[in-house]
Ligand binder design. Sequence first.
Ligand code: GLN
Ligand code: ZN
Length: 761
Amino acid sequence: MSTTVLGYPRIGSNRELKFASESYWKGDIHAAELDAVAAKLRRDTVEGLRGAGIDLVPSNTFSYYDHVLDTAVMVDAVPERFAQFAPGEGDREAELRRYFAMARGADGVAPLEMTKWFDTNYHYLVPELSPATRLRLAGAKPLAEYTQAKGLGVETRPVLLGPLSFLLLAKRAADAPEGWRTIELLDDLLGVYAELLASLAGAGAEWVQIDEPVLATDAGRDERAALERVYARLGGLTERPKILVSCYFGGIGHESLEVLKGAPVEGVGLDLVSGPEQVADLARVSGLGDKTLVAGVVDGRNVWRTDIPGALSTLGSLLGLAGEVVVSTSCSLLHVPIDLDAETGLDPVLRSRLAFAKQKVAEVALLGTALDDPDAAAAGLAEARTASAEGTPKAFLDQRVRARLDALGADPSRTDYDARVPAQEAASKLPLLPTTTIGSFPQTAEVRKARADFRNGRIDRAAYEGQMRAEIDRVIALQEDIGLDLLVHGEPERNDMVQYFAEQLQGYATTQFGWVQSYGSRYVRPPILFGDVARPEPMTVDWITYAQSRTAKPVKGMLTGPVTMLAWSFVRDDQPLGDTARQVALALRDEIADLEKAGIRHIQVDEAALRELLPLRAADHTGYLDWAIGSFRLATSGVADSTQIHSHMCYSEFGLIVGAIDELDADVTSVEAARSHMELVDDLATIGYRRGIGPGVYDIHSPRVPSAEEVESGLRAALRAVDPKRLWVNPDCGLKTRGYAEVEPSLRAMVAAAKKVREDL
Ligand code: GLN
Ligand code: ZN
């Protein structure tokens, strides 16, 4: 049985790509040097995969920034505003300049929009298409990467983003007529792909992998006719490599499977980890005939070791359902850290349960060998069997947490909102249209340095705490001077809103080198939630009470909510996500109780990722929202009526979860709205939302300082839909990525606008 993976991390074991591209952007190195780093990374990847025993090695899995952007550039879907960057023939510096301008913006030209890649934490650049877009084959990246690998003696399978996925992931350009759909470019695009496939075949490529992850979404499933057209056309070409259509991030449904079965292509890849029901679907369509089935049985998105006996039995059950079965990862390994061997600081029991990209490749190879020649795989199999049989180690479980959750019951809730309002008004004298911020203040070079110095042992705890307190003093004094009403401590002690808590919670581990690409050169190190979660001691109380001791104005406590704690971590898969969320919620409930005991009357629980974790298919939304809302309520319902619970969410398209925001039962919710023209406020009014709402009055994602007049007109617009007693005034997200030069005048404008509007109430 042969083996493959659908893709591999591109960033390098030592983040080589980040350092090289950032040097290039700064002008410290030339294109030739950046290209050399890239070539070395690609070489390491194909040789590494080959060396690990992978039979069918993919290529064109590398990207300087993003593979969707690569595709847009390759098919010449370059918006008009980048025309000034058009590279001359063979001018590599100019080529890269335009590419990075599309990714990051340049000279006052806005970059492509960035958005989440399905339900992962990777972000792609959104192609802009219109009827005027003239698609043509304008690049040869897949061919170049194939040829490079071939030169190294490795025959590879170039990976392409599928035409259907490309078009459905793209957006209508601003100048395209209303009602026009990107899918209308399908025939043009297929012409480009035909030319590309011919060139790959000409170079000797035996297989090509065409990714259609969009088939895991409702939008993709609805395009069955287009799907059929795409693969009838590409499959019908005479000059082409064998085609593998690979699908991941969920099941594609038996109807799409039927279409692919009937298409003139040679292989179909299915994600059997996130779409395990597809084993039954395959039987339902009576198998794939003589096509090759690439069976994704090793999870490409999580960090747990594969249950090898389970995977073997899945593979065994597939044998009669296809001409050939190839063992594979469920999706590209882009979403996991590279090498577990680098993590020397992890607890050995936890470590023995983990697999990063390299280890997952070894699992794929082991599965392949085990099916061909069980004797050759005997040692690996024996070890894997023992590991799988062990189940969750006892040491990871905490019966106390479980008992406490059982005792709390399903849905603890607060007194009705209307009854809480008078208690909160009596407890804190805030003006109408209270002004506040979302939590973080600029993370200055000094703040970062103090944290790094403490982490590396260059300063002791007392010195570190002294510096953090001095920073809190500064932030409090500034807020008083600006005239804000509800203050924050500024979060200087937090490297990241999830990692900060993960480091303090039982059941969570953090890695040293577990970098995963979030977008471009921004990589994150998601913590690993491996066991029952509990809070050994208070996590924020000292900082918040210190800040409160420095001012007579109220200070808001600041926590990260259960959904967000899960969304930005690798989470155990031995129990439902909802059960894990409840454990995190219980720890937060304890923290909130301690904050309240210490006299804090306003506590914000950020759920930045509530929308983000929403499942790809509408059929799964209710199940998700039930536990997401339930865990927030569990965390926040232990407080007195007089304690005001805030929440914050940072995205603009709320349509799908507007009702959920209400059901969270927070007293005040601040949201990103500066860029969505207060649409949300209208949506909320439509559902009869009556709690506090702080639609962000300016966009912190841009360095632009708003004028008091524009903030004022935003507030007046909001007042058309919101009761003046419920309207809050705040920026649309935390300020940590901004500098004081913008933050101070922006907040002053905001406060001035609030005062002005108050006069008329
Ligand atoms: N309290 C966090 C901050 O202000 C919230 C960040 C976020 O929503 N992403 O930084
Ligand atoms: Zn935010």
